[in-house]
Design a protein around this ligand. Sequence first.
Ligand code: ADP
Ligand code: PMV
Ligand code: MG
Length: 406
Amino acid sequence: MEAGDIQGEMLNKTLVVSAPGKVILHGEHAVVHGKAALAVALNLRTFLRMSPRDDGKIFLQLPNIGVKLWWDLVQLQPLLDAFPADRTELKPPTPEQLARLKEFAGTADGPGEIHDVATVAFLYLYLSIAAKSGVLPSVELLVWSELPTGAGLGSSAAYSVCLAAALLSECSVVGYPLGEGQSLARWTEEELDVINKWAFQGEQVIHGNPSGVDNAVGTWGGALRYQSGKITPLKRVPTLRILLTNTKVPRSTKALVAGVREKLLKFPAIMEPVLISIDAISRECEGVLEAMADDSSQGHYSVLEELVDINQHHLDVIGVGHPALDRVCQATAALGLHSKLTGAGGGGCAITLLRPDTPPSVVETAVRDLSRCGFACWETDIGGPGVCAHALPSLKADVVKVLNGI
Ligand SMILES: Nc1ncnc2c1ncn2[C@@H]1O[C@H](COP(=O)(O)OP(=O)(O)O)[C@@H](O)[C@H]1O
Ligand SMILES: C[C@@](O)(CCOP(=O)(O)O)CC(=O)O
Ligand SMILES: [Mg+2]
């Protein structure tokens, strides 16, 4: 083969996938304890580019968090002992597996928790899928996101969904979806189910005890109700206008989820009713959204706004509020708008519900006031598609640049 042919062949095998972040409208934290949550895909996505190599090496680049690592396959081979190939069903990562991967990544006692967990999640998915499929591929991966990491918009799930989709395709556990001449393609429903299950494993490495709602939205997109693993697409959701505010206060989903569990164990009779009430809010909200599809009267918005206010108080009660989130609620309330945290809380992002007729001047004032607090604030589109495969040239120029390492 000529050098040009080889390059062409390599380019043909390059796989580009993307998955969306999410906004939880209602049900964060309660969903970890078996209650319902309503979540929608966001128009901000994580992108992954994977190309095969022929030198027995694996390269991992995560520019959002400054990770650039490579390993020889022969170094990874011994780790496969910890990943039995005969697993018929997916089991949660064991503490022994995670300890071994942390030690291997050289981060067992080191600083940089963010780097550790993203690298360990990659190694976990890579080795588990390799053990199951019998293929240990030599590849280079670059994962880059438009989403802020650790801000409540599901970046960890979008990362896990992209890794699962790419690695499962490379190891032929699912098909390679993009046909000749296509710019965008999705996997079949059955394949998406497989991708979602593996992505959940990535979330387990990053979060400890995820509910699975975030990876479900990253995989399926759109708007859905999620409860105890059951995913119900919401078919008749009206176009909602949402203002997103990132307080930029860093926080860890894993720590916040663990904090809620502790409170629940300490005060079960006090906390369980709060979770039951959050569950009722999700159900009430779903009913209102459905009713709005046929009747766009303003009364529905008043109910949605009240539900936002009540849930924000509940989230404070279970210990995931933050003074910066209070500031978002106060600044928007001064303009007659209603806000709540979204995702794990403790900082991160808040959503503010806008009405179809909220005047641009009110939105502009809200953005100005929130920016003055040092927050990033923007109106967003929701309900985008789940995980997709792309032809690289069809993506936006800025994304192509990053994925090409420029
Ligand atoms: N683009 C990315 N590159 C590398 N790691 C990522 C990326 N996006 C997310 N992660 C991983 O997910 C973690 C953030 O997850 P989490 O605390 O659940 O917050 P959220 O999911 O709300 O963004 C990061 O610390 C990192 O380990
Ligand atoms: C708090 C929780 O409900 C959502 C966490 O979302 P995020 O990682 O903050 O984007 C946890 C979960 O559902 O696993
Ligand atoms: Mg997360």
